[in-house]
Design a binder for this molecule. Structure first.
Ligand code: G3I
Length: 394
């Protein structure tokens, strides 16, 4: 009897250990996302050096986007010099695993530093080492031809422009009366304004870039990507400006296929609950455009466990993780049920690699898998949303 009792105890302990170390099985997201690709941003260093990272990526996802490696200054490292090592690594991995690839991004005012820092607001004849408006157009043409041309037939969606809509300031609303007031006055904007005044181009830089991209790869779907435009009204009504911009582009016959909602959120902000995400998706559908969620993450504010000499942050609470899971669930469910979201991507998939702690110290744990690649409540919530189940179903 004593032997049987101790045997039972030891079986129970094994089960207990197994429960804590082996979380319940998770069906790969890609097997569940039938009407919507499900994907993530990819870090090429992790892909090359961290096998569990590559394995989890291949298992769960059917669309990927390089985090930084297709951006302007990472492909064109200096004027006319290109480097595709990291981007190729990700694209080749994706091709080998039958994944769709998004390109991010052709025209972005940031991470274009050698050009942005040396641009001068004049038509031509820039001083040595500087670039005038005419140079900017030649550089843009060559850049799009080279980068898009290289991946023609391999990259299905390109973010042609990223973050071009003005941020509302304070309580002022964005003026939506013209492209001049809707668009951020980046160096791209200013250069093309000068070119237009000289009759070199007939349109703004956004329209020009879309037409150029379409001429290089007519089969590629061309996306306008931005933040704060997820809800119907968006961040201080920025969404109204984004829709006004897209309508103007369509009226001008610009070849735009869709709009990317970045979807960087904290769990207090849920546009599917607070701001009619679905209505916004349907508004773009009515314009004939598809929507993609391109960079979703839901950051958590972490507790401080030590203040000296440097702040050390602890783990998220179970409540934080539950709230985060609910937000992921709501977003994925809304997008899946809308029938007009062609892809849903998170900005990374493991808390081991994420831009959040670098940018917002004290925040993090924004992704569905933890630093040890274990699924968090958010991962199970995504699974349920993709299955069409209630979040409370067992
Ligand atoms: O990790 C290093 C750190 O070790 C080093 O001390 C520090 C020095 O600056 O750099 C850190 O790397 C930074 C990296 O983010 C960390 O993730 C890079 O400098 C920084 O350039 C890089 O920023 C990237 C950011 O775009 C630049 O704008 C992020 O990787 C990338 O995730 C982020 O992506 C953007 C999308 O393109 C557009 N939407 C918003 C999104 C998040 O900002």
């Amino acid at each position: 009897m004593r032997i049987i009792f101790s045997l039972l105890i030891s079986i129970q302990s094994v089960v207990a250990v197994a429960d804590s170390t082996n979380p319940p099985a998770l069906t790969p997201f890609k097997d569940l996302s039938t009407n919507m690709l499900f994907g993530t941003e990819v870090d090429p260093e992790a892909l090359a050096n961290d096998q569990p990272y590559a394995d989890l990526l291949a298992k769960n996802y059917n669309i990927v986007v390089p985090e930084n490696d297709l951006k302007f200054e990472n492909t064109e490292t200096s004027h006319g010099h290109f480097d595709f090592e990291h981007a190729d690594r990700i694209v080749n991995f994706a091709m080998a695993h039958h994944m769709v690839v998004r390109g991010h991004v052709l025209v972005y005012q940031w991470q274009s530093e050698w050009l942005r820092n040396n641009y001068v607001d004049q038509y031509d004849h820039a001083p040595a080492g500087k670039f005038a408006a005419k140079d900017v157009k030649a550089i843009l043409d060559h850049h799009i031809e080279t980068v898009m041309g290289r991946y023609k037939g391999k990259i299905k969606y390109w973010d042609v422009v990223n973050e071009v809509v003005c941020d509302p300031v304070g309580t002022n609303k964005v003026d939506r009366s013209s492209l001049d007031t809707i668009l951020q006055h980046s160096f791209w904007y200013r250069a093309f304004k000068i070119l237009k005044e000289h009759g070199d181009v007939s349109e703004d830089f956004v329209s020009y870039a879309f037409r150029k991209a379409h001429s290089v790869d007519p089969d590629c779907k061309l996306i306008l990507n931005d933040y704060g435009i997820e809800g119907y009204y968006g961040w201080q009504e920025k969404s109204l400006a984004a829709r006004a911009l897209v309508k103007m582009l369509l009226d001008q016959g610009v070849p735009i296929s869709g709009v990317g909602f970045q979807m960087h959120q904290s769990y207090g902000n849920d546009p599917s609950v607070g701001d009619h995400l679905d209505k916004n998706i349907q508004a773009y559908k009515a314009m004939g455009l598809e929507v993609q969620v391109t960079e979703c993450d839901i950051q958590i504010k972490l507790p401080v466990v030590s203040g000296k000499p440097d702040k050390v942050y602890g783990e998220p609470t179970p409540t934080d993780l539950k709230n985060q899971a609910e937000t992921y669930y709501n977003l994925v469910k809304t997008c899946r049920e809308s029938g007009n979201v062609s892809a849903f991507l998170t900005w990374g998939f493991t808390d081991k690699y994420s831009w959040i702690p670098w940018k917002y110290p004290g925040c993090g744990c924004a992704l569905p898998f933890d630093k040890n690649y274990q699924p968090k409540p958010a991962a199970y919530a995504i699974e349920k949303a993709l299955r069409g189940e209630s979040i409370s179903d067992n």
